[in-house]
Design a protein around this ligand. Structure first.
Ligand SMILES: [Zn+2]
Length: 75
């Protein structure tokens, strides 16, 4: 874990929304407005660039969609 990967993909613990953040400590969910403590929220992916982060986000969303269609559970 280093400062060379400033982008994180995180999931809102309240509504499950996935988003890319650059913040180190806290962020706010763009969907439900919940404040997320990033020191307690494990990022699903980290990236060095915005492009890379966006690709990771897309992949995670796709996976989410598939798992939801499959058995209805997240994780
Ligand atoms: Zn949310």
């Amino acid at each position: 874990m280093g400062s060379r990967e400033p982008y994180k993909v995180i999931r809102c613990p309240s509504c499950g929304w996935l988003q890319v953040v650059m913040a180190e400590k806290t962020s706010t969910c763009r969907r439900c407005g919940r404040r997320m403590d990033l020191s307690k929220t494990e990022p699903l992916a980290v990236a060095e660039s915005a492009e890379e982060a966006r690709m990771a986000l897309l992949r995670l969303k796709e996976r989410d969609l598939k798992s939801r269609q499959g058995c209805g559970s997240i994780f």
